[in-house]
Design a protein around this ligand. Structure first.
Ligand code: NDP
Length: 477
């Protein structure tokens, strides 16, 4: 029997929800049911699956208020909760309408080396995909892999984070309302051990979370020899060149860093500014950062919500202390504030920072903007690439051409040009996570769906089979 988990509300600091993670036996039952359901799901054509997914989008729309209330309690924010729901609906509709066109053709093709031998492809979905998601965008990151996997013909078992599990109930209700969907999609809110249970039963695991847990997931998947698609942390840099318009660059830097209280993998976490405009940039950034309001006491006003996961506040505090001890100066923000039991951090601008400080090298996951001056483009590129991470980056310059030259030198999976954190809003471009930021094919673009298909080759000989004697030592020189 597993123990009930009490869940803390990020606005009050008090537990206001409880759930019981599934037992091993319950996970077994779920996995067996999903595997059985997947056979018919995969055998049906993509158009049928698309229709079921469209029905699901309609059910989510109908239950939008229930889902929004749960997500709001999970994350302590209102507008982003609603945007997550709108994004999920759009994503379901998008994949549903394109799934049929994305399924690869399986025509027979004549061989190049020997035209008598032809081949055709068969594309088979992984039967059961396990999805393990984090707490920062609970709905988005539970569905970002699940939707294309379903569209490709897989069954999916999702394990949301124990920090933000409330949305699972209303979302599961929508799944139950769609004929044919509950047989291939289930949510199993649980703890880390539940995640391990999912990996133990899946044929492929899609994991979004920290590098530390990602390593454990990869090791467990390796022991089972199943693929692990990992989307992990980042320490995204923004380079601002001397030709950049200061006002626009500050707008991008601030939004890219503090949206969702910096609790986003693609948040800008360090800013390198050309010496020529450094002081003007820093002054404006500090002014603009001071204007940002927390959404307390009224959830319906302000730009940033609470720190969702209590332990994250400790990480941020530790990094800030380390930076200040080593000589950093806090220009605004800098103190984790407690209001009504919840924890908030106002945008925090730091100067006098360098790479000896954790704030410049470790993932912060908070609204912190450390700014460092650079003298040359080579120095800026070297600083941006001086990291174990390689998720994404930004370059702001006077022209797109100038930004592009620098962007092409950065060792990251994506670069936003003359803006920041565009991967949060633009899903069409394929990208992979570099270095410790992840592993596996692109979850964006068309590959987002085709990565769930295994390639099988049918190879047909239209002529006579070659006899063994054709390979005898004396048969040729
Ligand atoms: P964690 O790595 O702590 O947790 C992620 C998920 O893994 C949770 O559901 C967690 O469960 C589960 N889990 C914990 N231990 C195990 C285990 N041994 N085996 C399997 N699953 C396990 O990440 P956070 O929730 O703290 O999320 C924040 C991190 O996610 C940041 O590093 C952020 O950068 C990253 N992230 C990456 C994104 C990307 O696209 N690259 C997008 C968004 C976030 P439980 O919570 O119940 O312990």
């Amino acid at each position: 029997m597993t123990q009930p988990i009490e869940v803390r509300n990020p606005r009050t600091g008090m537990p206001d929800y409880r759930f019981t993670p599934p037992t091993e036996r319950e996970l077994d039952t779920l996995a067996t049911r999903l595997r059985e359901g997947q056979r018919d799901w995969a055998a049906a054509d993509a158009a049928h699956r698309g229709q079921v997914l469209q029905d699901w989008a309609a059910r989510i729309e109908a239950r939008r208020d229930d889902l929004a209330a749960a997500l709001e309690a999970d994350t302590g924010r209102r507008r982003l909760a609603r945007l997550e729901i709108d994004g999920a609906i759009a994503s379901i509709r998008g994949w549903a309408s394109r799934a049929a066109a994305l399924m690869p053709r399986s025509d027979w093709v004549e061989g190049r080396a020997n035209p008598a031998i032809r081949h055709a492809g068969q594309y088979l979905p992984y039967p059961l995909v396990g999805v393990i998601s984090p707490w920062n965008f609970p709905l988005t990151l539970s569905l970002i892999d699940a939707i294309p996997a379903l569209a490709a013909g897989c069954a999916v078992l999702v394990k949301p984070s124990e920090v933000t599990p409330r949305f699972a109930e209303p979302l599961s209700a929508t799944i139950g309302e769609v004929a044919g969907l509950a047989g291939v999609l289930a949510l199993a809110p649980g703890v880390g051990e539940t995640g391990q249970g999912v990996i133990a039963r899946a044929d492929l695991v899609c994991f979004t979370g920290s590098v530390a847990t990602g390593r454990k997931v990869a090791a467990q998947a390796a022991r089972r020899l199943i693929p692990a698609f990992l989307e992990l942390g980042g320490k995204d840099p923004l380079i601002v060149t001397k030709t950049a318009p200061v006002e626009a660059a500050v707008t991008a830097a601030l939004r890219g860093s503090v949206l969702s209280t910096g609790q986003a993998c693609q948040s800008i976490e360090r800013i390198y500014v050309a010496r020529e405009i450094h002081d003007a940039f820093l002054e404006r950034l500090t002014d603009e950062a001071r204007k940002v309001r927390i959404n307390w006491p009224d959830i319906a006003s302000g730009e940033i919500g609470p720190i969702i996961f209590e332990a994250q506040a400790e990480t941020i505090r530790r990094q800030l202390e380390d930076a200040v001890k080593k000589g950093a100066e806090v220009l605004t923000g800098g103190t984790v504030e407690r209001h009504g039991g919840g924890l908030w951090l106002k945008p925090t601008v730091l100067t006098n920072v360098d790479h000896s400080m954790a704030i410049m090298t470790e993932e912060t996951f908070g609204p912190v903007l450390p700014v460092m001056a650079f003298e040359t483009e080579d120095e800026a590129v070297a600083l941006a690439n001086d990291t174990e991470f390689g998720l994404s980056a930004g370059v702001f310059a006077g022209t797109l051409k100038e930004a592009e030259v620098i962007a092409r030198r950065l060792q990251t999976g994506a670069v936003s040009l003359n803006d920041a954190a565009l991967t949060a809003v633009f899903y069409e471009a394929e990208k992979q996570a570099f270095k410790a930021s992840g592993l596996g094919p692109s979850r964006m673009g068309d590959a987002g769906l085709t990565r769930f298909l295994r390639r099988k080759a049918l190879i047909a000989n239209t002529g006579a089979p070659a006899p063994l004697s054709a390979f005898a030592e004396e048969a040729g020189s």
